[in-house]
Design a protein around this ligand. Sequence first.
Ligand code: NAD
Ligand code: DAU
Length: 355
Amino acid sequence: MLLVTGGAGFIGSNFVLDWCAASDEPIVNLDKLTYAGNLGNLATLKGNSRHVFVRGDIGDRTQVEALLAQYTPRAVINFAAESHVDRSIHAPADFIATNVVGTLNLLDAIRGYWNALGESERLRFRFLHVSTDEVYGSLEPIEPAFTESSPYAPNSPYAASKAAADHLVRAYRHTYGLPTLVTNCSNNYGPRQFPEKLIPLMIHNALAGKALPIYGDGLNIRDWLYVGDHCAAIRAVLECGRPGETYNIGGWNEKANLDIVHTVCTLLDELRPDAGGPHARLITHVQDRPGHDRRYAIDARKLERELGWRPAETFETGIRKTVQWYLDNPGWVQRVQSGAYRDWVARNYADRAEA
Ligand code: NAD
Ligand code: DAU
């Protein structure tokens, strides 16, 4: 039995779906169902007795302890987080509550559970914490990619909250011997990503004929990873990673935001042509994100060397699958556009003058 947190969000739901398709081992899925959590992501698991969904908060000690006692998982994978940088700039407190205090609560409940396990279960148990490359800060153009020993230099409230959580995980390993694993991953893209993030937002706006808002000059670089490859890497780390170790996960796809948006536009021109003209005509430069990190790049060689993992998708294959998924699932996008989503879009983009 695995206990997964945040398994109704983008990466967590992809992980749960992939896991249930490939394994008979059951999963308990604890998710608070914030604006980013969506049970529709898990609709195909309805009636599947190997997936148990529980609505709840990783910060709720009583609930986490009860789940550990009831399901006696051999591992816990923590995806649960507030994950959007722009939201952390508007309202950082939620990020501290879930990403820092919530993770601390989870760690401490797990420590009690793990201490009470029998010898062989204690040896087998793992806590895998899913983190981000943003904890390492921003790279200059000529600097080498982040390795597992790059110093932490988080720049946004989101990145700082994830860095704090990583430090707590490290401390629980060092002080209490908890068998922890940390993964620091680059930007994911793929099916079921909430349309506040760059790629689904651009697909969504382009299909609606709305402006495609590029922050600043659009030359900020991210290292894009297809979500299915991320899930495969997490499975590899869970099974064969060494307790106490960190593994960087990246797609070897450094690309500027403007290039990403042009690629999305070109694919839409092919798959869903617009009578008004090429989708790229909608590109609009807007005021930059405060403190916007210039470049992230992941050196994923440790994961390849130790566990034999490499991404299966190129950016070209992954982005085509992603655009096609959004075209094939208009109902999914419609359902996630609640009033709360519209309020967020109004708030984040209203004060961004065209640049
Ligand atoms: P997401 O925002 O799509 O989903 C987060 C999920 O966590 C949602 O289902 C939400 O309901 C749930 N959640 C939030 N607070 C909770 C709480 N207190 N208790 C229980 N559940 C809670 O995020 P994502 O993009 O799927 O990211 C998953 C993890 O991966 C996060 O830890 C994030 O920091 C990390 N990460 C994401 C990316 C990326 O590109 N998306 C890259 C690297 C790392
Ligand atoms: O690097 C990993 C991180 O990637 C994860 O830890 C975060 O959870 C995830 O949200 C993502 O953070 P980013 O800030 O890089 O992702 P986002 O999709 O918000 O933005 C990607 C780039 O696109 C970034 O340089 C900002 C830019 N951008 C974004 C939006 C939403 C725009 O130019 N316009 C936009 O409207």
